[in-house]
Design a binder for this molecule. Structure first.
Ligand code: AMP
Length: 531
């Protein structure tokens, strides 16, 4: 079925209920949202989009984001939500690869997107034209287009270890399976609940939009269009029963903000109904941070482990397990990512796919209705990743006797900074373009603020080249958040017999949070921090 039917039904059942809030202010009822979505869907068809074609979205979180998601599905099209923080060149690559028929953006991003859209029709959300299209038809004229479960609904661009983003194909089945999984195992959210879009809608927060449509919940947009701890608290206190998806670094910021502002006031957000559930995931959450967050925010924290290829849904660690202080295995459990979602079959296997016994580390594989259809126009990558319906996640881990999964390491070398994936190869490729960089290897380093920070180990042919120059070069050639925060200048990179850089040696030497010791890695190092 078409995911847009969730909106149609909610609007029929509760037309006057508030669907969209801007801050704490009601903006649209479910009837108004449905009418605007249906009008936009008709406008997309008029603009030449045929069923099955793709609509790219490059903008901040704003009410129009929700409208465009549902309008695209309503018209029988697929969304391609692009991380709005990407460099215009990266956006251009995705728009081209997806073969997007239409690009929707906002004023803030339109300048960068014009080049990327290469003459494709462009719709600017905060323009009079957009508003005229959304408000043009009055009451709904045609229902959501009939779709099958395997029709493409969301093309999710995730980078591969090769550094080139791959399009993960999610059909309506995957979106509906993740929606039902949330209702069954996280919260059966209903009309009195609200979700706050604090994290980017191009990722987990947007994937949760059908979850909060199924039973007519509210969709709340922060006026800032991004995550701001003070704003999140203010809105949540005003509205109550707010749920949100947050990367671990966002949870930590929220905790710091609440701790600072509540000091000496005698009030506590955990005694209010401000937050119903904060779903955290997308990167590791340290146990100490989790316990502090529970102390400050209360029993509202639930973890999910997923990936674009099985969105938001592989395992979950519920608030009841986190709260069970008397359980002898609690420390071990809360250091992991919980147990399998009901719709997911989860195993840990060896390189041949044989299931490993509890306590043994291997690759995590998943099968079920949330698992992607495959990679867009990339049968080789699909064949490498899907075997007999099993998704090979690239994550290493172990299951215990009771089915609790612990992530050990990523077999891919992804660095997760602020909940966003950074692929070393992308950074390495940019640095190698510098005329004086002869070799480079990029690794991650634990960072209290961001989860992980990017570390570049470089070999240069001119000793005058320093971190400041390389940082300036990166600023010019890549998205700011992917820039290395630390540089190590080496005489040579450690390599195996067949010439491959041995990242494990670099990690031992340079990814510990403490300063590098003289003997670590036996690599003559001149350590410099980027400004
Ligand atoms: P993405 O495809 O961008 O959602 O990134 C998915 C990757 O993030 C997974 O393959 C894991 O390596 C990591 N990840 C996701 N959720 C968690 C979690 N709860 N704890 C630790 N790492 C996670």
């Amino acid at each position: 079925m078409n995911t847009a039917l969730l909106l149609d039904r909610a609007a029929t059942a509760t037309p006057e209920r508030t669907a969209v809030y801007l801050g704490a202010q009601p903006l649209l009822t479910y009837r108004e949202l449905r009418d605007r979505v249906a009008a936009l869907a008709a406008a997309m068809t008029d603009l030449g989009c045929a069923p099955g074609e793709r609509v790219a979205i490059v903008m901040n979180n704003r009410p129009e984001y929700l409208e465009v998601l549902f309008a695209t599905w309503w018209a029988g099209l697929a969304v391609v939500p692009v991380n709005a923080k990407l460099h215009p060149r990266e956006v251009a690559w995705i728009v081209q690869d997806a073969g997007a028929r239409l690009v929707v953006t906002d004023e803030e991003h339109v300048a960068g997107v014009v080049g990327a859209s290469a003459g494709k029709p462009l719709l600017v959300a905060d323009s009079a034209e957009y508003d005229a299209l959304a408000g043009s038809r009055g009451a709904v004229t045609s229902p959501p287009r009939s779709m099958t479960p395997t029709d493409l609904a969301w093309l999710f661009y995730t980078s591969g270890t090769t550094g080139r983003p791959k399009g993960v194909m999610l059909g309506h089945r995957q979106l509906l399976a993740l929606t039902l999984s949330y209702h069954a195992q996280i919260d059966n959210v209903g009309p009195d609940d609200r979700t706050l879009y604090a994290a980017p809608m191009s990722h987990g927060a947007g994937l949760y939009s059908p979850v909060f449509t199924l039973r007519g919940s509210g969709h709340v947009f922060p006026p800032s269009g991004r995550f701001d701890a003070a704003e999140t608290c203010r809105i949540s206190r005003a509205l109550g029963r707010v749920s949100l998806f947050a990367a671990p670094t966002m949870v930590n910021r929220l905790v710091r903000h609440v701790t600072e502002t509540e000091k000496g006031t005698g009030t506590s957000v955990k005694d209010t109904m401000a937050f119903r559930t904060i779903v955290y995931g997308g990167g590791p959450m340290y146990v100490d941070d989790l316990l502090r967050a529970r102390d400050v925010l209360g029993d509202c924290l639930t973890q999910i482990y997923g990936q674009g290829e099985s969105p938001m849904t592989i395992t979950t660690l519920g608030r009841d397990v986190i709260a069970d202080e008397s359980h002898p295995g609690r420390q071990h459990r809360i250091a992991g990512v919980g147990t399998a979602f009901a719709l997911c079959d989860v195993k840990v296997v060896d390189a041949d796919g044989a299931q490993l016994p509890p306590g043994t580390t291997g690759e995590i594989v998943v099968r079920g209705d949330t698992v992607m259809l495959g990679y867009w126009h990339n049968p080789e990558a699909t064949a490498r990743t899907l075997h007999d319906g099993w998704l090979w996640t690239g994550d290493m881990g172990s299951l215990d006797e009771e089915g609790y999964l612990t992530l050990k390491d990523r077999s891919k070398d992804v660095i997760i900074s602020g909940g966003t994936n950074i692929y070393p190869r992308e950074v390495e490729e940019v640095l190698l373009q510098h005329p004086n960089v002869t070799e480079v290897s990029v690794i991650g380093k634990a960072d209290p603020e961001w989860g992980e920070a990017v570390v570049a180990c470089v070999v240069v042919d001119d000793s005058a080249v320093d971190a400041v120059q390389l940082d300036e070069f990166c600023r010019q050639h890549m998205t700011a958040f992917k820039r290395p925060r630390h540089y190590h200048f080496l005489d040579t990179l450690p390599k195996s017999d067949n010439g491959k850089v041995i990242k494990a040696v670099l990690r031992t030497a340079y990814s510990e949070p403490s300063p590098v010791s003289a003997s670590a890695g036996r690599l003559p190092a001149q350590q410099k921090e980027s400004p």
